[in-house]
Design a protein around this ligand. Structure first.
Ligand code: TEU
Length: 544
């Protein structure tokens, strides 16, 4: 059995801006989080992943950091943070931080000094000469923008690279001083007692070359920076020089990662990362790029899940984060199935082999935001996509249709705590529109319901924690149909079978299981069928 604490931990992601506002300014804050620690303890959360709380001009909601060792004033102070850490610890909850080291904010003092002409700091960033009046290369940008921005005096024809917003200049990982600075920052937080890091876009930090890339629909140039040897070397270094000295873990956000790269990145003998977030399953309902969604086909999702369960020894099991539309809106049809469908998705996350990551609000089945127009959207990515689509001649109603479905703000609407005005999130004007369905969908109401999503979440979480088979057992797919999915987990001869119906109709039970139902999101039918969105976990005695 594993002794690594992160293998039997349930991780809960907090997006601080939208979690709980203690002072009425419409923005969530650290004291708000402290006030909800008992709630998280009661859910059975072991680790909180805190999205960035560092000082930031907020061009990308904190993923543009201007001081890695200070707290964003609208979130509170370092004293508040220290209190959060100790209050969490008192409840047996660890905290991991978001480590954003592909880029800083352009308001970080390093970049400010670089712009003022300081050569030392110029070498912290990727600054290249244009070629014959043209940009340094043909690369694309993650936020549908141009990745090169003029740097300094225009007559020098210099540009800096920013794979995200122009207020997020990429760091130059060729420079060992950058490495030392980052180690210093990591130690600062680890010495305070944080339990590790979620490493933002970590597989793109080291660019092999700045040559032109092969033309692609988006992100031309990616072959030059995805999981490069240089990146592997840096990660092994950070592990050796820093992480290994602490009881802490890393989970890498690894964009476009495939199985082979994921295996390498978290291969125990290579000692780089502990886990990665892969995205293939999050792309199951898109065509080419994430902004074009197609109808969700459950079988596609199942196929990808099976592939990753079989192919990678230890997965992160998640359906949501602050960049993805809400899972119940994506994967469950029809409002009347929201609760049962949310429970099924939670059942799936906890039945798989790997560490479960739950995003705030998922435990009450929060849905996509209810935005009426782009004016109500804050996310920089959505605004850039609109500009790009406009320049391609795509008409406004169509642009809005795409953005409304895919915007990251769908996941960022304020947490719905109560049915009071402000949803118990704020007493002021919220920074982003609260979904009006808060009157029905909120923590207070769900908690009061013995059959609520939270009650199911807690049961399922406890089931996982108490079962070595669910925690550490092997995975074997038993059935994969158009709508029905079944797999087995086995450990020391104990077998558990999880069955799922991803549809609004009754479906035939695909396999005969002799055994008893340990947990389910509904009452089993007696006619050998699965109910709509049923999830049942059986303890198997014998199967035919
Ligand atoms: O995300 C990286 C990233 O590539 C996503 O924005 C991406 O477009 C999407 O999730 C893939 O479908 C990370 C952070 O999670 C995100 O919030 C930041 O905006 C970004 O890095 C830059 O730091």
């Amino acid at each position: 059995m594993s002794t690594k604490f992160w293998k039997n931990s349930t991780v809960y992601q907090i997006y601080p801006r939208s979690f709980c506002d203690s002072d009425g300014d419409g923005v969530g804050d650290i004291r708000g989080i402290i006030s909800k620690l008992d709630y998280l303890k009661d859910l059975g959360v072991d680790v909180i992943w805190l999205s960035p709380v560092y000082k930031s001009p907020n061009d990308d909601n904190g993923y543009d950091i201007s001081d890695y060792k200070d707290i964003q004033p609208e979130f509170g102070t370092m004293a508040d943070f220290d209190e959060l850490l100790s209050e969490a610890k008192a409840r047996g909850i660890r905290i991991i931080m978001d480590l954003v080291i592909n880029h800083t904010s352009d308001e970080h003092e390093w970049f400010v000094k670089a712009k003022a002409g300081d050569e030392k700091y110029k070498n912290y960033y990727i600054i290249k000469k244009g070629k014959d009046g043209k940009l340094p290369n043909n690369w694309g940008n993650f936020f549908a923008d141009c990745p090169w921005e003029p740097f300094g005096d225009p007559k020098n024809e210099e540009y800096y690279l920013h794979l995200f917003s122009k207020k997020q200049p990429d760091l130059n990982w060729y420079n060992p001083e950058v490495y030392d600075e980052i180690v210093d920052i990591m130690r600062f937080w680890l010495d305070k007692g944080v339990a590790g890091f979620r490493c933002d876009v970590i597989n793109i930090i080291y660019k092999n070359t700045f040559a032109d890339g092969k033309k692609q629909l988006v992100l031309t140039g990616q072959e030059h920076y995805l999981s490069t040897d240089g990146c592997h070397k840096i990660l092994a270094g950070l592990r050796r020089d820093c992480m290994d000295k602490y009881d802490a873990f890393t989970v890498g956000e690894t964009v476009f990662v495939d199985l082979k790269e994921a295996r390498d990145l978290c291969d125990e003998s290579r000692r780089e990362l502990d886990m990665v977030f892969a995205f293939e399953h999050m792309e199951c309902d898109q065509i080419g790029v994430k902004w074009f969604k197609t109808k969700f086909k459950p079988s596609k999702l199942m196929k990808i899940i099976t592939k990753w369960q079989n192919g990678l020894d230890w997965n992160t099991c998640y359906f949501e984060n602050h960049d993805q539309p809400r899972s119940v809106t994506r994967f469950v049809e029809g409002g009347e199935y929201r609760a049962v469908g949310s429970k099924m998705l939670i059942g799936l996350i906890f039945s798989l082999r790997g560490t479960p990551f739950i995003y705030q609000g998922q435990e009450i089945g929060m849905t996509n935001g209810a935005f009426n127009s782009l004016d109500e959207i804050v996310d920089i990515e959505s605004h850039n996509v609109d500009k790009m689509a406009k320049s391609l001649g795509i008409i406004q109603p169509f642009r809005w249709k795409l953005i409304n479905k895919t915007s990251r703000d769908n996941a960022r609407t304020p947490m719905q705590w109560t049915s009071e005005e402000g949803a118990g999130f704020t007493s002021g004007a919220p920074w982003l529109k609260i979904n009006p369905n808060y009157k029905d969908i909120n923590v207070e109401r769900d908690l009061a319901d013995p059959d609520g999503i939270i009650a199911f979440f807690k049961k399922m979480n406890a089931q996982k924690k108490s079962s070595d088979t669910l925690l550490y057992g092997s995975f074997r797919e038993l059935y994969q149909g158009k709508y029905v999915y079944a797999f087995e987990r086995e450990y020391n001869g104990e077998k558990l079978v999880a069955v799922f119906n991803f549809s609004t109709k009754k479906r035939e039970m695909p396999i005969k299981i002799q055994g008893r139902a340990l947990i389910s999101n509904c009452e089993q039918s007696t006619d050998g069928t699965l109910r709509p969105y049923e999830f049942t976990l059986f303890a198997k005695e014998e199967s035919v």
